[in-house]
Unconditional design. Sequence first.
Length: 249
Amino acid sequence: MALGTIQYYSRALRKASAFQVMFPDDPEIRRPWSTLYVLHGLSDDHTIWGRRTSLERYVEGLPLVVVMPDGGRGWYTNARIGSAYEDDLIHDLVPLIDRTFPVRAERSGRAIGGLSMGGFGAIKNALKHSDLFCSAHSHSGALGVCRDPESAERLGPEFTRIFGEAPADGPEDPFALVMQMDHGRIPRLRLDCGREDFLLEQNRAFHAHLDSLHIAHEYEEYDGGHDWAYWDLHVWEAIAFHRRNLGLV
C-alpha cells in the first residue's frame, strides 16, 4: 500500500486541513477501488490510525482506498456555534476523493467507520447521508452522547457549543435518526465495544434500540477497554465486515 498525507483547503471549515490516505501501489490490483473512511477519536488526529494500528497491513492487497480525515474535536458535526465538520467530510472530502482517485463514486463503493467520537461520527453520518455509504461500523462509539449531555461535557467543553442545550431526539442523535428513516435505506451497521469500556452502556442501549426497531445489525462485546490495544485488534473484524458489504470477498 502507498501512504500519503494530503493538504487541501476545506471550504466548509474555511481553512486548510489535511487527511491521510492509503491506496494500492500494486498495478495488478483491479480498478476502480472502493473507499473506506476511518474517523479518529476526540483527542487524536488524521495520523493516529497509521501510527497506532496495523491498518495498512490489514488492507494490503485489497482494491480499497482508506481515507483518514482530521475531525479536530468537532464530532463530525456542523456546530451550532463553530466549525462545520460534517460538511467538511460530506461535501468537501468525499467529492475530493471521488474526483482524485480511481474509485467507485457510488453508495455501493463507500463505507465509513470510526472509534469513540469517530464511532459516533461514522454512524451518525452514515444514517444522515445514507445515499453515500453502504456500511458503517463503530468501535467503542459515543453513540448516546446526545442523550447524556452531562457526561459529554466531562469529555470536553465543546459539547454545548456544537450540539446545543438539548440535543436528544434532534438531527444529530443516532437514536432519533434511525426512527425517522426508511429502514430499507439504512446502511449495514456493525457495533462493538469492550466490556471494560466506559461507553459500554451507551453501546448496549443503541444495540437494544436497533433491536426494538427490528433493524438488522451486528453487535459484539469483547474483553478490553477504551484503548488502542482493543481497537487495533478489532478493526480487522470491521474490515472483514466492510469487505462483505463492498463486494471485496
